[in-house]
Design a binder for this molecule. Structure first.
Ligand SMILES: [Zn+2]
Length: 438
């Protein structure tokens, strides 16, 4: 064998191997890399749906938008597609001629249940007449979203919702994969109302009678502070929720703690600082100076445009576990025991506040929900007050305010003092019904 032949016999297999490797690599990229998105080539070009609003609120994503379609529309769906599988999403639409407006729900706490989305990579599309597909473009000032699902058997999925383009086609991509919960992400935030500085309502209680007082001295019986009752129930609730596997943050866990409302990890900010899905403010009610035994029972305050499944579950479970009754106060009631209180014209007055009559009165609901609950710039309404860093957020917790009973009503106070665990259990069971039924 000549020297050159020997050289060639080594080189040829090497070149062949190199060609094979390149063929496999490029073949794979061409086939799989391309196939992964090729279904997007079937979407209509130069006509996209405009997304005008999208917000994560609790465990739900809500999307609103519009699209112009000249063809006759018999059927329109909102889907997530990966080219093989299509997931149909909640969708409501109306039209004015060829202009169609759509949303995923009328309620801020309904729409796409993020926790139910299966793992994988999907694109948001509108499917018309079962044959034409339209992609979506971002017409808001908001960008990508990130969400961690509620902890379930110590597991969480991470969902990235990202605006992108594919071949000049605007897209909204959902990537869902299992990922460990980061240390700063929680499931639920509890906010035991008031603190060591502001105790809320105070009463003197001797087991047979209750007297509202406005000082720190109680000559007959025991001095009961609202801040302490709120904390007793909240700490028990935290323990029960953690036993069921949830990761729970709390705005204070000591009777001596002082809490700032708008500072980082404050009572109006912690739920969003910790990316919690639910925020429960726990309080006890009072009529102030007048003891009126006609008033008793718990009151559940909810945000604007809220679907009441969870609130009703709280109501039923508090009845069952705490032997408590919904208040029969009628003002602001939607359902007996469930309330939606907006600012009134009188409360806004003539001053130039940010408040308006479409805003919820209670800051611990309004300021937690970001754009979904019309949070104000500073929460209080006056520019000199601290700013709520989350007031423009489109990724917030779903807030509730619970007034568990009237402290100046003997029956209520007795029930609360005798059975705080029953109240905690009722709330925990309602949370499980809402979140574990996903
Ligand atoms: Zn209170």
């Amino acid at each position: 064998m000549k020297k050159s032949q020997k050289y060639l016999s080594t080189l040829v297999p090497f070149i062949c191997l190199l060609i094979l490797v390149f063929t496999i690599y490029f073949g794979y990229m061409l086939f799989f890399g391309h196939r992964k998105l090729s279904f997007l080539e079937d979407v209509e070009s130069n006509n996209y749906a405009s997304i005008t609003h999208y917000a994560i609120y609790g465990i739900h994503l809500n999307i609103q938008g519009n699209i112009n379609i000249d063809d006759e529309v018999n059927d329109m769906k909102l889907i997530l597609s990966n080219g093989k599988k299509e997931l149909e999403l909640p969708f409501i639409y109306t039209n004015n001629g060829s202009n169609y407006t759509f949303k995923t729900s009328h309620y801020i706490n309904e729409g796409i249940v993020l926790d139910n989305l299966p793992k994988g990579e999907y694109y948001l599309l509108i499917k018309v007449n079962n044959k034409k597909y339209y992609s979506v473009q971002n017409k808001t000032t908001y960008e990508n979203l990130e969400y961690y699902t509620i902890t379930n058997n110590k597991k969480n999925n991470k969902i990235n919702i990202e605006w992108n383009t594919y071949d000049e086609c605007p897209t909204l991509r959902f990537s869902i994969k299992e990922e460990k919960l980061p240390s700063d992400v929680y499931d639920i935030t509890l906010d035991p109302g008031h603190d060591a500085v502001d105790p809320g309502m105070t009463v003197c209680y001797d087991g047979k009678s209750v007297i509202p007082i406005h000082s720190n001295s109680c000559s007959s019986g025991e001095l009961i502070k609202e801040s302490d009752l709120n904390l007793v129930v909240s700490l028990k609730l935290k323990e029960l929720l953690e036993r069921d596997g949830y990761k729970v943050s709390i705005t204070r866990d000591d009777y001596q703690d002082e809490v700032d409302v708008y500072a980082p990890m404050g009572s109006a900010t912690m739920a969003n600082d910790t990316h919690s899905k639910l925020n429960l403010a726990i309080h006890h009610n009072s009529l102030g100076a007048t003891v009126n035994n006609d008033y008793l029972g718990f009151e559940i305050y909810i945000a604007n445009d809220t679907e009441t499944t969870f609130a009703e579950s709280l109501l039923n479970n508090l009845k069952k576990s705490a032997n408590a009754y919904p208040s029969h106060k009628e003002k602001y009631a939607i359902i007996p025991g469930i309330y939606q209180r907006y600012f009134s014209e009188e409360e806004i007055g003539s001053e130039e506040y940010y408040w308006n009559t479409s805003m919820i009165y209670y800051y611990n609901i309004r300021e937690v929900g970001g754009i979904s609950t019309h949070a104000a710039q500073d929460g209080i309404g006056r520019p000199e007050y601290p700013k709520n860093e989350h007031y423009l957020s489109n990724n917030t917790a779903e807030p509730y305010l619970l007034e568990l009973g009237y402290m100046d009503n003997l029956n209520d106070l007795k029930n609360i003092m005798d059975n705080p665990l029953g109240y905690a259990e009722g709330i925990k069971n309602a949370i499980n019904e809402y979140l574990k039924a996903l």
